[in-house]
Write a protein that binds this ligand. Structure first.
Ligand code: ADP
Ligand code: MG
Length: 525
């Protein structure tokens, strides 16, 4: 017996259950999908906010749909201000065509990479590196903008450093060039002045020949000063190395100036008492100070005040200031003032070597130089020098100068024909006899053969065996023989040799009759 109603009821119930089951499964599916979507949106938002680069999403017309925090920070805008803005309005490349071309490439290739400038809200330009990609669909695109300010700064810094390095190298080579040329010119001058002294002494006193020879000797002395200037510029270490009081040097230079160049300029010196002595080449520092004063006087054609001050500086250093109330320097002159051969003065007036020499002298003394100047506000040049170790000033040398000197046998070693043809005559004039050798090896052989000499005069710089190698070999053979090392370029090597051997002195080239006479006296006394 069938119950049709009952059957219908059961089927209804079953399909209702099936419906409920499928509705539940759809709901679960939707829930799962929603959660996935939310996660992916959160991930997207996380990426956008964590990125250090600016990220821009723009529509097909280049209007901003979305930006991240970094983009807002980079350009100084709030998010709302950027929404809907035209991305090309933010670009500040000086040539908009270039940026347009990059965007066109991106439309065809789907991506592009370029550098440009963006303008911040406050107007400042930011260099940026852009990578852009087209999004599939309605022509929207995403741009990632990286701030490359720091990279640009580093590049600029590297370029400046490189330029400075080249500049320093140029100065270095100029210096050694000057040194080399000066060495040769010294030999020429030494020969001329030696022969002038010889013939001047032989000529009738007060006669024309004697006067002319005197003029030649003076001309050589002046040439020697010029060469000395070149050498001072090329020199890396001081010619002399002894302690002295900077105040004394200022006093000397001031006296010299007062009697010569000053005219309309008022000179004031202000010396701090009890300063520690400095160490080095007193003559070179006097020369440097003179150069600074000459510059100051040149800068005050209508008169003014030149002040020279000494002060104790931090850590016991000594400071020397040369201040003028002259024209001052515009920045572009100030920047190049230390360059050799840089001058703003007329031909014949300035050589442009003054400050370059001062600078290298100060460096050779382990000190520092700084310039302060503004147009119309005068110039101050400040030198800082380290104090001499210890506190004692040596007694001046020269006691031995009073005594006369007997006739000497002089062993002369020099490679230069000019020197060999002139110095022996000068020695003869002074009553000595020269035993000349052009090569160090020959001189040694002669000593081995029993040659006797009272003093050796030898060139430090010779091809083949130089004075530096010859010196100890002579010392082995004749331990007590006084030696004069002749050099135009008293570098550290020469000073070391003098320090390492007893009875060795430097004789700087070019030397005249007086210098040679004095050096020989000191050597044999
Ligand atoms: P020079 O004096 O032969 O020109 P320097 O090396 O001594 O060479 O100086 C270089 C340049 O620096 C000068 O030509 C001048 O323009 C500038 N200068 C130097 N010292 C001063 C100063 N005290 N006041 C104004 N300008 C100066
Ligand atoms: Mg000068």
């Amino acid at each position: 017996v069938r119950n049709p109603l009952g059957t219908l009821f059961r089927e209804l119930k079953r399909s209702e259950e099936a419906l409920r089951a499928s509705r539940d499964s759809v709901r679960r599916e939707v829930e799962a999908r929603t959660a996935e979507l939310r996660e992916s949106l959160e991930l997207q938002r996380g990426i956008l906010s964590a990125a250090m680069d600016g990220i821009w999403v723009v529509d097909g017309d280049g209007r901003v749909l979305e930006v991240n925090d970094a983009a807002c920070r980079m350009l100084g805008y709030a998010r709302e201000e950027l929404a809907g803005a035209s991305i090309s309005a933010l670009d500040a490349h000086e040539d908009p065509q270039v940026v347009a071309a990059h965007l066109a490439r991106m439309r065809t290739l789907g991506f592009e990479h370029y550098e440009t400038l963006h303008r911040r809200k406050d107007g400042v330009l930011v260099p940026v590196e852009i990578s852009g990609a087209l999004l599939p669909g309605r022509g929207a695109a995403v741009f990632i903008a990286r701030d490359i300010t720091r990279r640009r700064l580093a590049e600029a810094e590297r370029a400046t450093l490189q330029a400075q390095f080249h500049h320093a190298q140029k100065l270095e080579s100029l210096g050694s060039l000057a040194g080399g040329v000066a060495h040769d010119i010294n030999n020429v001058l030494a020969a001329i002045s030696a022969l002038a002294a010889v013939h001047g002494a032989r000529a009738e006193a007060g006669g024309r020949l004697a006067r002319d020879m005197g003029t030649i000797a003076q001309a050589c002395a002046r040439g020697g000063k010029l060469v000395g200037g070149l050498l001072a510029f090329s020199r890396r270490s001081p010619r002399e190395d002894r302690p002295f009081a900077l105040g004394d040097v200022v006093g000397e230079v001031a006296a010299l100036l007062a009697s010569t160049t000053l005219q309309k300029v008022q000179l004031k010196t202000d010396l701090e008492p009890g300063l520690p002595p400095v160490r080095g080449d007193r003559a070179a520092l006097a020369h440097a100070l003179t150069n600074l004063c000459v510059n100051a006087v040149d800068a005050m054609p209508g008169g003014g005040t030149l002040a020279i001050r000494t002060r104790r500086d931090g850590a016991g250093w000594v400071r020397l200031e040369v201040e003028d109330t002259g024209t001052g320097m515009p920045p572009e002159v100030l920047e190049r003032a230390l360059d050799p051969f840089f001058t703003t003065k007329d031909v014949g007036k300035g050589t442009g070597l003054g400050l370059a020499i001062v600078h290298s002298t100060v460096q050779a003394h382990g000190g520092e130089l700084s310039l302060q100047s503004r147009p119309g506000a005068g110039t101050t040049v400040t030198l800082r020098l380290p104090p001499a170790p210890g506190d004692v000033l040596p007694a001046p040398e020269g006691a031995a100068l009073e005594a006369g000197v007997r006739a000497l046998q002089v062993l002369l070693v020099d490679d230069d024909d000019l020197i060999l043809a002139s110095v022996p005559q000068l020695l003869g004039l002074l009553g000595h006899e020269a035993l000349t050798f052009q090569r160090a090896e020959d001189a040694l052989r002669a000593l081995d053969g029993g040659l006797q000499a009272d003093v050796a005069v030898m060139d430090l710089h010779m091809p083949g065996m130089g004075g530096g190698e010859l010196l100890p070999l002579i010392r082995e053979r004749r331990p007590g023989l006084p030696i004069l090392l002749v050099t135009g370029k008293a570098d550290q090597g020469a000073l070391d040799l003098v320090a390492a051997h007893e009875g060795v002195r430097l004789l700087s080239k070019p030397f005249g009759r007086e210098e040679l006479e004095r050096a020989l006296r000191l050597a044999v006394s």
